[in-house]
Design a protein around this ligand. Structure first.
Ligand code: BT5
Length: 323
């Protein structure tokens, strides 16, 4: 209902639309319209009202409410066809997992203003203070071997870096496997979780956290020098709604290839955006540390490291530090 009203107000902008007209189009009473307008104002919309001419939208808050995406979605777009906006959750990945278990459709997105227990990999914490970033997850149900799932993290990284560049002009780099960096500092992280059987993926949940206007004081002191936000780099706040809409469009486009088992475009975009390749790196895994020259990724998405003796090692997971 709120979405329909916003859409009517936007369509009529810069003109007014009367309460009577809204109530006629929507088939609800004038009082109901008035209540929804009051609700929208509470959500942060600035709506002017004038007794003779009706209502006019002056300003929308930068809050990624689900109905804000209605006009930003491409026809037939799968990723983001269902968007659920939450004020506060523990982790959008956890919300998505529950929804996936309940049968939610592929492409369902959950976005939260704030996460109380945002997760990184291996039980690490992801700081997600209210309104300062895009904290979201989405569900995929690809028909493919579980072994191929790790490539989805590469696909997500490409979509995020590409969308950031399109919307803000900022060129961020991808650090294998799941980080988006700006000048060596972490702008975004990706957490992919899978529910699968031996030869079948039941669902994937991909969680992405992007620092849009993250305040230093929200982070523990040891993280302040390591994290960065778009506002810090660009000096202005980008619209979270606009950026998320572009990320969803990019994801949707790349996922069409992914579903068909075609990875050439994803891999070539990944290589172009990578800040890991052609450098000497150290990778710390749970039970090992490897150092070598990052030559390439293989067709599974694993990192190929050349050691001092010229031997190539395949790395499937770990934390990369770049020298
Ligand atoms: C990641 O893990 O980078 C994955 C982050 C995924 C977060 C999203 S938000 C939406 C969805 N819901 C969730 O619960 N999670 C996903 P990892 O590579 O393990 O990096 C984690 C490390 O990044 C932490 O140990 C910190 O050092 C650092 N870190 C935490 N919060 C940060 C932030 N906001 N910005 C930059 N670095 C951060």
């Amino acid at each position: 209902m709120k979405g329909k009203i916003i859409s009517l107000l936007k369509t009529n902008y810069p003109g007014y639309i009367s309460g009577e007209e809204i109530s006629r189009i929507m088939g609800v009473s004038r009082t109901a319209v008035w209540k929804h307008i009051a609700g929208l104002r509470e959500d942060g919309y600035i709506i002017e009202s004038h007794s003779r001419v009706g209502y006019r939208l002056i300003k929308s808050p930068d809050r990624p409410f689900e109905f804000e995406f209605a006009q930003l979605r491409e026809p037939g777009q799968v990723i983001g066809r269902e968007i659920i906006y939450k004020e506060e959750v523990d982790s959008t990945n956890e919300v998505c997992k529950t929804l996936a278990e309940e049968g939610a459709v592929e492409g369902t997105v959950v976005i939260a203003e704030k996460q109380n227990a945002g997760k990184g990999r291996m039980g690490r914490r992801w700081h997600s203070p209210a309104g300062q970033g895009i904290w979201f997850s989405f569900i995929l149900r690809p028909v493919m071997n579980p072994g191929d799932a790790s490539k989805v993290t590469l696909m997500a990284a490409v979509a995020v870096a590409t969308a950031i560049q399109q919307v803000t002009g900022i060129k961020a780099g991808i650090k294998w496997p799941n980080d988006i960096l700006l000048e060596g500092r972490k702008l975004a992280g990706i957490l992919t979780e899978m529910n699968a059987e031996t030869d079948k993926i039941n669902y994937l949940v991909i969680g992405i956290g992007i620092n849009v206007c993250l305040q230093d004081e929200e982070l523990p002191s040891e993280l302040r020098a390591l994290a960065v936000s778009l506002a810090e780099e660009k000096g202005v706040n980008v619209s979270r709604t606009k950026l998320l809409a572009e990320i969803l469009r990019q994801l949707d486009c790349l996922y069409k290839d992914f579903q068909k088992g075609i990875f050439t475009r994803i891999f070539s975009m990944w290589r172009d955006l990578s800040v890991t390749l052609n450098r000497t790196v150290t990778v710390k895994g749970l039970h090992y540390t490897e150092e070598g020259f990052a030559v390439d990724i293989d067709d599974t998405g694993a990192l190929l490291l050349r050691d001092g003796q010229g031997n190539i090692k395949r790395i499937y997971s770990g934390d990369v530090s770049i020298r």
